[in-house]
Design a binder for this molecule. Structure first.
Ligand SMILES: [Zn+2]
Length: 429
């Protein structure tokens, strides 16, 4: 998956060894020797970079299966807003930890090694439970603190960045979540949070134009007037863009994240991925939490390819299989400005990689393994997951984890909140 080192767009190397040392990739090539090295025999298997999930809401495993009859506005009202509106329904620190723990393990199982957790940051306790689970997961993570214009949040943001995220060895960034809309007054939440992001030197991460109803807020105009355009701006969904707006994003090197499964489920629309690519906008792939319904990153890649083919009635439209593999790995890394550290198997980069076993009922026999990764791959093919050279999944099993206990803790949290929510009449039965 480094075109400079191997053949073709994905940089294919056959029968290669890979030497990991000190958490980094030390070398690629045949007959490598590492003195005292532990050997994982990957003969007949596929070694590739771990996936970069560029947009997720890890707490939303709590509301899996919720509001399937709604679009995004209805889904938010039914499934998410009640948890913020009624403090009794907001997950406690322990409940947040339990549910985020479940999500991190589900992501590791499918081969995600870096995740952007766009946390709704309901309370300072919620933030800490979320970060505790991210920290213990062993994954690389970017934490997005959903900002609000109130003193508690504005004070907590720099504290969390400086004490919990910056010092963490696997934290790959801190960002501020904020929603742009017109009118601007100089003191709207978006403007206050943008100023704080600039002060802290962090990226702003927004949901824009996910649904046609978002057009009324004129978010692109708001971003422009607020002076937010630039490489430090990440836009999730960005489905209903005009040609001029796509050119504007490209001119300012604004980054975007495609969440195809969520967009399908919520009847949101289909991102103009070929046009964004043509214009030169960097786009990564994301899971978008509860409305993605699955963490299976193979599904997400397959759907990103399939949606454009179905829309354009053309089998060669962007993204092709190599394109989507790049989007799911190096593309995500680049949009986070981490392209020099992760996203490909390149000497000097972090040892974040996965090993797939293709000798399974759903994957074999071999015809074109690159195509088969995207069109046949499943989490069960992911035998090994390494982050910083540490195995988080080994021989098909999550390392040091009792899934039954994790599921039971998440179930207890969900049951408590569902019970109290139904009692309060603000949560769907
Ligand atoms: Zn989202």
């Amino acid at each position: 998956m480094d075109p400079d080192l191997g053949e073709g767009v994905v940089g294919l190397l056959k029968e290669s060894d890979i030497l990991l040392e000190g958490g980094k990739i030390a070398a690629l090539g045949q007959n490598l020797r590492g003195y005292g090295a532990q050997v994982v025999d990957a003969t007949g298997k596929i070694v590739m970079p771990g996936f970069v999930d560029a947009h997720n809401h890890l707490w939303q495993s709590l509301i899996r299966g919720c509001g399937l009859e709604h679009d995004v506005g209805g889904w938010l009202n039914a499934c998410s807003t009640p948890l913020r509106a009624n403090p009794l329904l907001t997950p406690t620190r322990e409940e947040t930890y339990a549910i985020v723990r479940l999500s991190t393990l589900d992501l590791i199982d499918t081969g995600v090694t870096t995740v952007v957790d766009w946390s709704h940051s309901f309370t300072p306790d919620f933030v800490r439970g979320d970060l505790q689970a991210l920290s213990e997961s062993g994954m690389r993570f970017v934490y997005v603190y959903n900002g609000a214009n109130n003193p508690t949040v504005l004070q907590d943001i720099p504290v969390v960045k400086q004490t919990l995220v910056d010092p963490h060895p696997r934290a790959a960034g801190f960002q501020i979540g904020a929603k742009p809309s017109l009118p601007l007054t100089g003191s709207t939440p978006f403007e206050v949070l943008l100023a704080l992001a600039i002060e802290l030197g962090v990226k702003v991460n927004s949901h824009v134009l996910e649904n046609l109803a978002d057009l009324k807020d004129r978010p692109l105009e708001a971003l422009g007037l607020a002076g937010a355009f630039g490489p430090s701006l990440i836009l999730n969904h960005a489905i209903h863009l005009t040609d001029d707006e796509i050119a504007l994003l490209a001119d300012h090197d604004v980054r975007a994240v495609h969440n195809p499964l969520s967009n399908m489920r919520l009847a949101s629309g289909i991102m103009r991925l070929p046009d964004l690519h043509q214009a030169g906008v960097r786009v990564g792939l994301g899971s978008d939490g509860g409305t993605n319904d699955t963490s299976n990153f193979f599904d997400t890649m397959r759907v990103a390819v399939g949606l454009q083919r179905a829309k354009h009635l053309q089998a060669t439209v962007y993204p092709t299989v190599p394109d989507v593999l790049r989007m799911a790995t190096l593309g995500g890394a680049e949009l986070l400005d981490l392209g020099d550290k992760i996203g490909s198997l390149t000497p000097g980069k972090k040892a974040d990689l996965i090993i797939l076993n293709p000798a399974t009922l759903n994957f074999a026999p071999r015809l074109n393994w690159v195509n088969q990764i995207v069109f046949n791959g499943q989490p069960k093919n992911v035998e090994w997951v390494f982050v910083d050279g540490h195995p988080l999944k080994a021989r098909g099993r999550l390392v040091g984890v009792h899934p039954e206990a994790v599921v039971a803790a998440a179930e207890a949290a969900a049951a408590r909140i569902r019970h109290d929510g139904i009692a309060a009449g603000t949560f769907p039965e």
